[in-house]
Design a protein around this ligand. Structure first.
Ligand code: NDP
Length: 293
């Protein structure tokens, strides 16, 4: 048996298309343009690539895109001032502070300074609490993307056994909350989990969010299970170049799983698509308009 490969690139393009339609409707019917502001501190090359690509896609769906690039030495007060200005700006509906921040800045404090209604990354403590208690929240983009792919593939997830490997605040924990919200029976595994392969063998859905290249092996996977690989790891190739791999060993998992997301081209493209969807949602909520589905 070979798994169905879930095409995240195509699905993300579809989601962006739906967002673009929603933006066009907002403009035509209400003369409102959703605005997304990205704040980048410092010169981290990976972050610069993400920010550039976020800006491009934001404009492509017809939204206003604003970038604030601050020097790595910016003070906490200086950064908070930028956030306050964006909080007060009625043309900005989403604010994203690109992580990681330089060590001298307190990420929790900075994230919690964002107006929760504009917190399109879903990391503000109030959105974390809302998600955990089943209230209307801004939901973190990567786990939201993974959930949408699972719903698209399976329809209902109710009653399925899901194992999330990883308990970070940005992926593992919100992923587990979302799966619980869709009535899965959820296990969260981490570095202290005993006999991880055996835990994973009980799963109908495996979400790998570990940050360890190709760790999850095919013989850990229950035949027919769905593998969602969140990992993005750059590894050396024998010829001296590098390539991207996930947290699951694709070659062995694809032979056992019922469905699998590839890396690249799986969960990755869904992250920005969900950021745009969250910005559209934030804009609709800010203007007391019906939210997109
Ligand atoms: P973190 O490093 O914050 O968390 C990793 C988690 O994996 C921790 O909970 C850790 O456990 C657990 N872990 C580490 N080693 C093992 C092990 N040997 N066995 C079991 N669990 C283990 O990573 P993130 O959550 O930020 O990211 C996870 C992956 O997702 C990375 O590859 C990252 O690049 C990728 N990513 C992809 C995104 C996308 O857009 N597709 C966005 C964000 C992340 P413990 O808590 O015990 O230390």
């Amino acid at each position: 048996m070979t798994a169905t490969v879930i095409d995240g690139k195509a699905f993300a393009a579809k989601v962006r298309g739906q967002v673009a339609e929603g933006v066009a409707r907002l403009k035509a019917d209400h003369d409102i343009t959703p605005g997304l502001a990205v704040v980048l501190v410092g010169e981290d090359p990976a972050s610069q690539v993400y920010v550039k690509s976020k800006g491009k896609m934001t404009r492509e769906v017809g939204m206003k895109s604003v970038e604030h690039r601050l020097d790595a030495s910016v003070s906490e007060a200086g950064l908070l001032e930028v956030i306050e200005t964006l909080n007060a700006d009625p043309t900005i509906h989403g604010i994203l502070v690109q992580l990681p921040l330089p060590d001298h800045l307190n990420s929790d404090l900075v994230i919690n300074a964002i107006d929760p209604a504009k917190d399109v990354d879903g990391f503000h403590i109030s959105n974390v609490g809302r998600l955990a208690t089943g209230q209307k929240a801004m939901v973190p983009c990567t786990p939201l993307g993974a959930l949408l792919m699972l719903r698209d593939h399976h329809g209902s997830l109710s009653g399925m056994n899901a194992v999330v490997i990883g308990r970070s605040n940005i992926v593992g924990k919100p992923m587990a909350q979302l799966l619980l919200g869709d009535s899965c029976t959820v296990t969260i595994a981490h570095s202290r989990t005993r006999d991880l392969p055996d835990v994973v063998r009980g799963a109908d859905i495996v979400v790998a969010a570990v940050g360890r290249p190709e760790m999850v092996q095919g013989d850990w996977i229950k035949p027919g299970a769905t593998v969602i690989d969140v990992g993005i790891n750059r590894i050396d190739k024998p010829d001296g170049g590098t390539r991207l791999v996930g947290d699951a060993d694709y070659g062995s998992c694809v032979k056992v799983a019922g469905a699998i997301t590839p890396v690249p081209g799986g969960v990755g493209p869904m992250t920005i698509a969900c950021l745009l969807a969250n910005t559209l949602t934030a804009c609709c909520r800010a203007n007391a308009l019906a939210e997109p589905d």
